[in-house]
Design a protein around this ligand. Sequence first.
Ligand code: ZN
Length: 81
Amino acid sequence: MAHDNCQHLLADLSDYIDGEAADSVCAEIERHLADCADCRAVVDTLRKTIYLYRQLPQPTLPESARARLIAAFTFADASGS
Ligand SMILES: [Zn+2]
């Protein structure tokens, strides 16, 4: 069964990873992650990517990198059903 929530949650994932999402949003994402290996992989990848970027002398993760990750996941999700 496809996870219709995935793309909805992706919109909030960056806030969640940054610790800026509301508690209710965090709870919703964590509930979904418990049940969705695809999104767990995305969160894991995003966290590692953000961690690596923060080791560099750049203040923020470029939007282009974030968009690329989300686009890659969206493609994988669409082709995997
Ligand atoms: Zn998902």
